[in-house]
Design a binder for this molecule. Structure first.
Ligand SMILES: Nc1ncnc2c1ncn2[C@@H]1O[C@H](COP(=O)(O)OP(=O)(O)O)[C@@H](O)[C@H]1O
Ligand SMILES: [Mg+2]
Length: 416
């Protein structure tokens, strides 16, 4: 019988975590989703741990219930991180092939990438992701895979994401405390972009926008290569806060109103109806016009998009993306793609979910809210057919997190 591993992708989000567990058939290199969950977590703020106990308890809850549903233990756990402590930039590495045969091996490519990683990092920062952008052999550029080719000087361009070691360590502690081992960690935008964007979109020039509750992640692809990525510490929960404040209702009610009735563009206001809004104490119900809710949502969405536009402007790649793909829970807001077209100046914008040919699942999980967790499982298992340096295979165990996990094992951070 073919061997299958239970691979879990854990998306550390804003105020919640989401997990997808999939069976990975090693023989056919295919994935099938067996379970998925999302649980609220008071210990997370903007993708970072603000309370280890709360976060550990949410990890126990989500992974425990996934294991019970699948009736087996998680074999490999991949964690996706985000937050304003992350920084991404490009760098360059070189390696001289001094052997007689000059045939470039995987080890030579690894050494070129290692050289690209050798750079001064800010205090308390560590490398989280390294994505290769392309190679050059003896100054001939545009080589995607130099393995087996001949040359003397191998060069590589990489996109590196760094993050605060303190934040990463706190997250690792929160996950390891209930006894789970992290196989690897990724900047969640990278797997997401690889699984949501098509190759054509990446080639023509694409912007991916992941709209979460407390963060927005922006990625830019040009000529098929990830050139820029950044996390912005604001998200769609601001719409919820506005509605709660201006409609005098609880945050929970405001969230429900936003998700059920909210639209962000006038053309989506089908008819002028009224929405029942419970008062703060829940005793009375007021009826509010739908157009009033639009008047609250629209300026906030425009402001969020302007933040994204400023980020794109600062990237230096403003004129390159032609198409846009929006994903994450916030992408479900009707009218969001129109704002992307108007404010970001993109020709065409669509909502994105994980491409269906990458994984087998029922429709429930082909949803923007599950996209990150799903893409973590796909990317880590190598089912994208795409290779990220050093992290493409889950049995490598070579990541910073993997190493970190080894020394942390057995340390009881709560002393009991
Ligand atoms: N149908 C919907 N319409 C508008 N916004 C939504 C909808 N569903 C979810 N959201 C919003 O998406 C945000 C959460 O995005 P999500 O990707 O699920 O979380 P995370 O921040 O963890 O990535 C929240 O602000 C939530 O209210
Ligand atoms: Mg999300």
């Amino acid at each position: 019988m073919a061997k299958t591993n239970l691979i879990a992708g854990l998306d550390i989000g804003s105020g919640k975590m989401t997990c997808i567990a999939a069976a990975h058939d090693e023989e056919t290199n295919t994935l099938k989703v067996l379970a998925g969950r999302s649980v609220p977590c008071k210990g997370l703020r903007g993708g970072m741990v603000s309370d280890i106990r709360e976060t550990s308890s949410a990890v126990t809850h989500i992974l425990g219930s996934i294991e019970r549903e699948c009736n087996r233990d998680i074999s490999n756990l991949f964690v996706g991180v985000r937050g304003s402590h992350l920084e991404s930039f490009s760098n360059h590495g070189t390696y001289n092939i001094s052997r007689m045969d000059k045939e470039i091996t995987r080890a030579d490519m690894d050494l070129a990438v290692e050289n690209a990683k050798a750079m001064p990092l800010k205090n308390d920062n560590e490398i989280i992701n390294v994505v290769t952008q392309g190679y050059a052999i003896d100054k001939q550029r545009g080589i995607s895979n130099p393995e087996g080719m001949e040359g003397s000087l191998l060069e590589v361009d990489v996109h590196i994401t760094t993050g605060s070691s303190t934040h990463m360590n706190n997250l690792a502690k929160a996950i390891q405390r209930p006894g789970y081992k992290i196989d690897d960690t990724f900047y969640s935008l990278v797997p997401l972009a690889e699984c949501v964007l098509t190759q054509e979109e990446k080639e023509i020039g694409a912007l991916i926008l992941d709209l979460g509750g407390e963060t927005m992640s922006v990625g830019i692809y040009i000529d098929g290569i990830l050139k820029f990525s950044r996390d912005i510490p604001y998200g769609c929960d601001l719409i919820t806060s506005d509605l709660s404040r201006l409609l005098h209702t609880s945050r929970q009610n405001a969230k429900e109103i936003k998700e059920k009735y909210g639209v962000s563009f006038p053309t989506f206001l089908d008819e002028e109806g009224e929405i029942p809004v419970p008062s703060l104490d829940g005793r009375t119900i007021h009826n509010i016009k739908k157009s009033y809710v639009l008047d609250i949502i629209q300026p906030r969405v425009e402001e969020l998009m302007e933040q994204v536009a400023r980020c794109v402007e600062m990237s230096g790649y403003k004129n390159f993306p032609v198409v846009g793909v929006v994903t994450g829970g916030g992408s479900l807001m009707p009218g969001i793609t129109d704002h992307c077209v108007n404010i970001l100046g993109l020709k065409e914008v669509r909502r994105g979910i994980v491409q269906r040919e990458l994984i087998t699942s029922d429709d429930t999980f082909f949803d923007p809210q599950y996209s990150t967790a799903m893409s973590l499982a796909i990317y880590a298992s190598g089912c994208t057919g795409y290779e990220e340096y050093g992290n493409s295979s889950y049995d490598k165990g070579s990541s910073m997190f993997g190493k970190f996990g080894k020394w942390l094992k057995g340390v009881d951070i709560f002393g009991g």
